[in-house]
Ligand binder design. Sequence first.
Ligand code: DGL
Length: 274
Amino acid sequence: MSFSQPIGVFDSGYGGLTVLKEIVSKLPQYDYIYLGDNARAPYGTRSYETVYHYTLQCVEWFFRAKCPLVILACNTASAKALRTIQQNDLPRIAPDNRVLGVIRPSAEVIGDYTQTGKVGILATPGTVQSDSYPIEIAKSFPDIEVYQQACPLWVPLIENGEHHGPGADYFVKEYTDGLLSQCREIDTILLGCTHYPLMRDKIGQFIPAHCRLISQGEIVAASLADYLDRHPEMEERCSENGQRHFYTTDSTADFDHHASTFYGQSLRSEFVSL
Ligand code: DGL
Protein backbone atom coordinates (compact mmCIF):
# COMPACT_ATOMS: atom_id res chain seq x y z
CA MET A 1 0.00 0.00 0.00
CA SER A 2 1.41 3.42 -0.89
CA PHE A 3 2.07 5.89 1.90
CA SER A 4 -0.43 8.69 1.35
CA GLN A 5 0.94 12.21 1.17
CA PRO A 6 -1.97 14.33 0.01
CA ILE A 7 -1.81 17.95 -1.12
CA GLY A 8 -3.43 20.18 1.49
CA VAL A 9 -5.83 22.93 0.46
CA PHE A 10 -6.88 25.45 3.09
CA ASP A 11 -9.42 28.22 3.46
CA SER A 12 -11.09 30.01 6.34
CA GLY A 13 -14.34 28.40 5.21
CA TYR A 14 -15.93 27.39 1.94
CA GLY A 15 -14.20 29.73 -0.52
CA GLY A 16 -11.16 27.54 -1.11
CA LEU A 17 -13.45 24.90 -2.55
CA THR A 18 -13.79 27.10 -5.67
CA VAL A 19 -10.04 26.73 -6.05
CA LEU A 20 -9.89 23.04 -5.15
CA LYS A 21 -12.56 22.35 -7.77
CA GLU A 22 -10.29 23.75 -10.51
CA ILE A 23 -7.16 22.08 -9.09
CA VAL A 24 -8.90 18.69 -9.04
CA SER A 25 -10.14 19.24 -12.58
CA LYS A 26 -6.60 20.00 -13.83
CA LEU A 27 -4.68 17.56 -11.63
CA PRO A 28 -7.15 14.75 -10.79
CA GLN A 29 -4.49 12.13 -10.14
CA TYR A 30 -3.31 13.51 -6.80
CA ASP A 31 -4.79 13.01 -3.33
CA TYR A 32 -6.18 16.13 -1.65
CA ILE A 33 -7.19 17.11 1.87
CA TYR A 34 -9.34 20.22 2.25
CA LEU A 35 -9.68 22.03 5.57
CA GLY A 36 -12.20 24.82 6.14
CA ASP A 37 -11.74 26.66 9.43
CA ASN A 38 -15.46 27.44 9.46
CA ALA A 39 -15.61 27.77 13.24
CA ARG A 40 -13.39 30.85 13.07
CA ALA A 41 -14.42 32.31 9.67
CA PRO A 42 -14.46 34.97 8.42
CA TYR A 43 -10.78 35.81 8.53
CA GLY A 44 -11.17 38.89 6.32
CA THR A 45 -11.93 41.33 9.11
CA ARG A 46 -9.43 39.97 11.66
CA SER A 47 -6.02 41.30 12.69
CA TYR A 48 -2.68 40.15 11.31
CA GLU A 49 -1.85 38.36 14.54
CA THR A 50 -5.11 36.45 14.59
CA VAL A 51 -5.03 35.42 10.93
CA TYR A 52 -1.41 34.35 11.28
CA HIS A 53 -2.08 32.38 14.47
CA TYR A 54 -5.14 30.60 13.00
CA THR A 55 -3.43 29.88 9.68
CA LEU A 56 -0.30 28.50 11.31
CA GLN A 57 -2.41 26.18 13.46
CA CYS A 58 -4.11 24.87 10.33
CA VAL A 59 -0.83 24.45 8.45
CA GLU A 60 0.56 22.45 11.37
CA TRP A 61 -2.56 20.28 11.24
CA PHE A 62 -1.92 19.59 7.53
CA PHE A 63 1.65 18.61 8.32
CA ARG A 64 0.46 16.19 10.99
CA ALA A 65 -1.85 14.77 8.30
CA LYS A 66 1.34 14.11 6.24
CA CYS A 67 0.77 16.77 3.57
CA PRO A 68 4.13 17.78 2.10
CA LEU A 69 2.58 20.72 0.24
CA VAL A 70 -0.17 23.07 1.44
CA ILE A 71 -1.99 25.62 -0.71
CA LEU A 72 -3.49 28.55 1.18
CA ALA A 73 -6.57 28.90 -1.05
CA CYS A 74 -7.49 32.01 0.88
CA ASN A 75 -6.30 35.47 -0.11
CA THR A 76 -6.57 36.79 3.43
CA ALA A 77 -4.35 34.04 4.83
CA SER A 78 -1.99 34.40 1.85
CA ALA A 79 -1.79 38.15 2.48
CA LYS A 80 -1.38 38.10 6.23
CA ALA A 81 0.27 34.82 7.16
CA LEU A 82 2.05 33.21 4.21
CA ARG A 83 5.31 35.15 4.24
CA THR A 84 5.87 34.70 7.99
CA ILE A 85 5.07 31.00 7.77
CA GLN A 86 7.41 30.54 4.81
CA GLN A 87 10.27 32.53 6.29
CA ASN A 88 10.02 31.95 10.04
CA ASP A 89 8.00 28.83 10.74
CA LEU A 90 8.74 26.38 7.92
CA PRO A 91 12.49 26.23 8.52
CA ARG A 92 11.76 25.39 12.16
CA ILE A 93 8.76 23.03 11.94
CA ALA A 94 9.06 21.32 8.54
CA PRO A 95 11.98 22.49 6.40
CA ASP A 96 11.23 20.03 3.58
CA ASN A 97 7.56 20.96 3.28
CA ARG A 98 6.16 23.87 1.31
CA VAL A 99 3.26 26.30 1.71
CA LEU A 100 2.04 28.28 -1.32
CA GLY A 101 -0.55 31.03 -1.64
CA VAL A 102 -2.95 32.41 -4.24
CA ILE A 103 -1.86 36.03 -4.52
CA ARG A 104 1.44 35.67 -6.35
CA PRO A 105 0.08 33.31 -9.06
CA SER A 106 -2.75 35.76 -9.73
CA ALA A 107 -0.45 38.78 -9.74
CA GLU A 108 1.93 37.08 -12.16
CA VAL A 109 -0.68 36.72 -14.91
CA ILE A 110 -2.85 39.82 -14.45
CA GLY A 111 -0.87 41.66 -17.15
CA ASP A 112 -2.10 39.13 -19.70
CA TYR A 113 -5.66 40.38 -19.27
CA THR A 114 -5.50 44.16 -19.19
CA GLN A 115 -5.28 46.44 -22.23
CA THR A 116 -5.46 49.75 -20.37
CA GLY A 117 -2.97 48.79 -17.67
CA LYS A 118 -5.55 49.69 -15.00
CA VAL A 119 -6.56 46.77 -12.81
CA GLY A 120 -9.12 46.55 -10.02
CA ILE A 121 -9.00 44.21 -7.03
CA LEU A 122 -12.11 43.28 -5.05
CA ALA A 123 -11.10 41.59 -1.79
CA THR A 124 -11.60 41.37 1.95
CA PRO A 125 -10.53 44.31 4.13
CA GLY A 126 -7.56 42.26 5.35
CA THR A 127 -6.25 41.58 1.86
CA VAL A 128 -6.73 45.21 0.82
CA GLN A 129 -5.03 46.58 3.97
CA SER A 130 -2.03 44.32 3.40
CA ASP A 131 -1.39 45.89 -0.04
CA SER A 132 -0.23 42.44 -1.15
CA TYR A 133 -1.76 42.79 -4.61
CA PRO A 134 -0.19 46.17 -5.52
CA ILE A 135 3.15 44.91 -4.17
CA GLU A 136 3.08 41.57 -6.00
CA ILE A 137 1.70 42.99 -9.28
CA ALA A 138 4.41 45.68 -9.30
CA LYS A 139 7.07 42.92 -9.24
CA SER A 140 5.82 41.44 -12.52
CA PHE A 141 4.18 44.51 -14.10
CA PRO A 142 5.64 47.75 -12.74
CA ASP A 143 3.58 49.88 -15.15
CA ILE A 144 0.19 48.51 -14.16
CA GLU A 145 -1.91 50.72 -11.89
CA VAL A 146 -3.79 48.79 -9.22
CA TYR A 147 -6.99 50.01 -7.56
CA GLN A 148 -8.51 48.17 -4.62
CA GLN A 149 -11.89 47.99 -2.94
CA ALA A 150 -12.61 46.18 0.31
CA CYS A 151 -15.91 44.28 0.32
CA PRO A 152 -16.46 43.43 4.01
CA LEU A 153 -20.05 42.25 3.63
CA TRP A 154 -19.71 39.88 0.69
CA VAL A 155 -18.30 36.91 2.60
CA PRO A 156 -21.06 37.06 5.25
CA LEU A 157 -23.68 37.30 2.47
CA ILE A 158 -22.19 34.27 0.72
CA GLU A 159 -21.67 32.21 3.88
CA ASN A 160 -25.32 32.84 4.75
CA GLY A 161 -26.60 31.97 1.29
CA GLU A 162 -27.94 35.50 0.68
CA HIS A 163 -25.70 36.38 -2.24
CA HIS A 164 -28.25 35.77 -4.98
CA GLY A 165 -31.06 37.64 -3.25
CA PRO A 166 -32.14 41.23 -3.90
CA GLY A 167 -30.63 42.24 -0.54
CA ALA A 168 -27.16 41.57 -1.95
CA ASP A 169 -27.64 44.08 -4.79
CA TYR A 170 -27.08 47.10 -2.55
CA PHE A 171 -23.67 45.93 -1.39
CA VAL A 172 -22.58 44.67 -4.78
CA LYS A 173 -23.34 48.08 -6.28
CA GLU A 174 -21.74 49.87 -3.33
CA TYR A 175 -18.41 48.08 -3.69
CA THR A 176 -18.24 47.87 -7.49
CA ASP A 177 -19.06 51.62 -7.70
CA GLY A 178 -16.42 52.23 -5.04
CA LEU A 179 -13.83 50.49 -7.20
CA LEU A 180 -14.79 51.93 -10.57
CA SER A 181 -15.10 55.49 -9.25
CA GLN A 182 -11.36 55.36 -8.49
CA CYS A 183 -10.52 55.01 -12.20
CA ARG A 184 -12.85 54.82 -15.18
CA GLU A 185 -10.21 53.06 -17.29
CA ILE A 186 -10.18 49.86 -15.23
CA ASP A 187 -10.74 47.04 -17.74
CA THR A 188 -9.81 44.02 -15.60
CA ILE A 189 -11.22 43.19 -12.18
CA LEU A 190 -9.75 40.34 -10.13
CA LEU A 191 -12.00 38.60 -7.65
CA GLY A 192 -9.32 38.60 -4.95
CA CYS A 193 -11.25 36.46 -2.50
CA THR A 194 -11.94 32.80 -3.13
CA HIS A 195 -15.56 33.23 -2.03
CA TYR A 196 -16.43 35.78 -4.69
CA PRO A 197 -16.77 33.44 -7.71
CA LEU A 198 -20.11 32.48 -6.14
CA MET A 199 -21.27 36.07 -6.79
CA ARG A 200 -19.69 36.36 -10.19
CA ASP A 201 -22.95 36.68 -12.14
CA LYS A 202 -24.33 39.28 -9.80
CA ILE A 203 -21.09 41.29 -9.79
CA GLY A 204 -21.19 41.15 -13.59
CA GLN A 205 -24.54 42.95 -13.55
CA PHE A 206 -23.01 45.99 -11.87
CA ILE A 207 -19.88 46.57 -13.94
CA PRO A 208 -19.55 47.86 -17.53
CA ALA A 209 -19.52 45.25 -20.29
CA HIS A 210 -15.92 46.02 -21.27
CA CYS A 211 -14.61 45.08 -17.79
CA ARG A 212 -13.28 41.55 -17.55
CA LEU A 213 -13.91 39.65 -14.33
CA ILE A 214 -11.14 37.23 -13.36
CA SER A 215 -11.56 34.35 -10.89
CA GLN A 216 -8.52 32.66 -9.39
CA GLY A 217 -9.36 28.97 -9.53
CA GLU A 218 -7.97 28.17 -12.97
CA ILE A 219 -5.00 30.48 -12.46
CA VAL A 220 -4.01 28.76 -9.21
CA ALA A 221 -4.53 25.31 -10.72
CA ALA A 222 -2.25 26.17 -13.67
CA SER A 223 0.32 27.61 -11.30
CA LEU A 224 0.29 24.46 -9.16
CA ALA A 225 0.76 22.27 -12.24
CA ASP A 226 3.70 24.43 -13.24
CA TYR A 227 5.16 24.30 -9.71
CA LEU A 228 5.00 20.49 -9.65
CA ASP A 229 6.66 20.36 -13.08
CA ARG A 230 9.49 22.54 -11.85
CA HIS A 231 9.87 20.70 -8.52
CA PRO A 232 10.05 16.95 -9.24
CA GLU A 233 11.37 16.39 -5.70
CA MET A 234 8.02 17.64 -4.37
CA GLU A 235 5.93 16.06 -7.11
CA GLU A 236 7.20 12.59 -6.26
CA ARG A 237 6.19 13.08 -2.62
CA CYS A 238 2.53 13.79 -3.58
CA SER A 239 0.55 10.57 -3.59
CA GLU A 240 -1.60 9.72 -6.60
CA ASN A 241 -4.70 7.72 -5.69
CA GLY A 242 -7.28 10.29 -6.74
CA GLN A 243 -8.62 10.56 -3.17
CA ARG A 244 -10.29 13.64 -1.65
CA HIS A 245 -11.00 14.19 2.04
CA PHE A 246 -12.79 17.18 3.50
CA TYR A 247 -12.52 18.52 7.04
CA THR A 248 -14.17 21.38 8.86
CA THR A 249 -13.64 22.89 12.29
CA ASP A 250 -17.42 23.43 12.64
CA SER A 251 -20.60 21.48 11.95
CA THR A 252 -20.12 18.80 9.29
CA ALA A 253 -23.85 18.91 8.49
CA ASP A 254 -23.63 22.63 7.70
CA PHE A 255 -20.43 22.13 5.74
CA ASP A 256 -21.88 19.34 3.64
CA HIS A 257 -25.04 21.37 3.03
CA HIS A 258 -23.24 24.52 1.78
CA ALA A 259 -20.08 23.05 0.30
CA SER A 260 -21.62 21.60 -2.85
CA THR A 261 -22.45 25.11 -4.08
CA PHE A 262 -18.75 25.96 -3.98
CA TYR A 263 -17.32 22.60 -5.05
CA GLY A 264 -19.85 21.77 -7.73
CA GLN A 265 -20.69 18.34 -6.33
CA SER A 266 -21.86 16.90 -3.04
CA LEU A 267 -19.33 15.79 -0.45
CA ARG A 268 -19.07 14.39 3.08
CA SER A 269 -16.83 16.14 5.58
CA GLU A 270 -15.31 15.12 8.88
CA PHE A 271 -14.95 17.25 11.99
CA VAL A 272 -11.54 18.31 13.21
CA SER A 273 -10.70 20.03 16.47
CA LEU A 274 -7.56 22.16 16.29
N1 DGL B 1 -11.90 33.17 1.13
C1 DGL B 1 -11.10 34.13 1.85
C2 DGL B 1 -10.21 34.89 0.90
O1 DGL B 1 -9.92 34.43 -0.20
C3 DGL B 1 -11.82 35.12 2.71
C4 DGL B 1 -12.93 34.65 3.56
C5 DGL B 1 -12.89 35.21 4.94
O2 DGL B 1 -13.04 36.43 5.13
O3 DGL B 1 -12.68 34.40 5.82
O4 DGL B 1 -9.77 35.97 1.24
